[in-house]
Design a protein around this ligand. Structure first.
Ligand code: PBG
Length: 323
């Protein structure tokens, strides 16, 4: 045989050929677009550290959802900026709360869109932690009932999927039990199963006004150094009744996405988080990176790693580019 018999470059000659053998096909159908809902009407305030991302009142959120639908993106995930905060996050349970009202408004608009809700306390507590505080610590078990009630109120308002992001132990079971006993046994749970304690959430905490007022989230979110622990977290959530699991953030944890995908027969989501978005935006603004190219590359990489769908602030732009 004359050297070289194999010339991989043969299949890279034209776009038709490259497209024919492409292993990963990015599609708007696997994006979920995050939205931040605030009280009031006609409000649309850009988040300083996240160009192109807004805090919006429910009426503007509905308009955004229309655009999301028209771009072929199947769903949104809602985060709430409540009118008031207290130590127990009571405003998160109100049937007329920000998120609950936004869900109802989206439902009323009859959009063909999945409405996912983030279930957590950090946006609603005055201390900014994801659970209630007892003896200066985030208390696990007393938080579960509040999370379950919050998930139920989202389901009552019309949420299609609830997504607990608090990282308390046992919350999936608590939420599943509550939903099942209240007539919502068909509402799936997307659990933020492997959620790492990450510096990449920085811009989100400005967007959601949810920065912890003391300490950090290390006692409940995962240590970035651990991979086997992520598989344990996922296994527990599956056992407790999670229908889908999420790995978050995405880029520093693509190995986790792949391992979860290989070990579990369950849909895997990856959250391409705020800091990952803001880095690209900042570099693109400076002319240091080609935004369209790197976003496409990033999302392709996340999908190639094994994500069945991706929560990303780039969703609308990427959907336009993919048309
Ligand atoms: C709430 C929550 C966070 C994110 C999603 N849900 C922040 C946090 O844990 O502090 C982060 C999303 C992002 O950075 O884009 N617990």
């Amino acid at each position: 045989m004359t050297f070289p018999a194999q010339r991989p470059r043969r299949l890279r000659k034209t776009e038709l050929l490259r497209d024919l053998v492409r292993e990963t096909r990015l599609s708007a159908k696997s994006f979920i677009y995050p939205l931040f809902v605030c009280p009031g009407s006609s409000l649309r305030q850009e988040v300083g550290s996240m160009p192109g991302v807004f805090q919006q009142s429910a009426d503007c959120v509905v308009e955004d959802c229309r655009e999301v639908e028209s771009l072929g993106i199947p769903g949104v995930i809602l985060f709430g900026l409540p009118e008031s905060k207290d130590p127990r996050g009571a405003s998160s349970l109100a049937q007329d709360g920000v998120v609950q009202c936004a869900i109802e408004a989206i439902r009323k608009a009859k959009l063909n869109l999945l409405v996912i809700t983030d279930v957590c306390l950090c946006e609603y507590t005055d201390h900014g932690h994801c659970g209630v505080i007892e003896n200066g610590e985030v208390a696990n078990d007393p938080t579960l009932e509040i999370l379950a009630e919050q998930a139920l109120s989202h389901a009552r308002a019309g949420a299609d999927i609830v997504a607990p992001s608090d990282m308390m132990d046992g919350r999936v079971r608590a939420i599943r039990k509550k939903l099942d006993s209240s007539g919502f046994s068909d509402v799936p749970i997307l659990s933020y199963a492997a959620k790492y304690c990450s510096g990449f959430y920085g811009p989100f905490r400005e967007a959601a006004d949810s920065a912890p007022q003391f300490g950090d989230r290390r006692s409940y979110q995962m240590d970035p150094a651990n991979a086997r622990e992520a598989l344990k977290e996922v296994a527990l959530d599956v056992e407790e009744g999670a229908d889908m699991v999420m790995v978050k953030p995405a880029l520093p944890y693509l190995d986790i996405v792949r391992q979860v995908k290989d070990e579990f027969r369950i849909p895997v989501a990856a959250y391409n988080v705020s800091g990952e978005y803001s880095m690209v935006k900042a570099a693109a603004r400076n002319g240091w990176l080609d935004e369209k190219r790197v976003v496409t590359e990033i999302l392709t990489g996340i999908q190639r790693a094994g994500a069945d769908f991706i929560l990303t602030y780039h969703a609308k732009d990427a959907a336009r580019w993919l048309r």
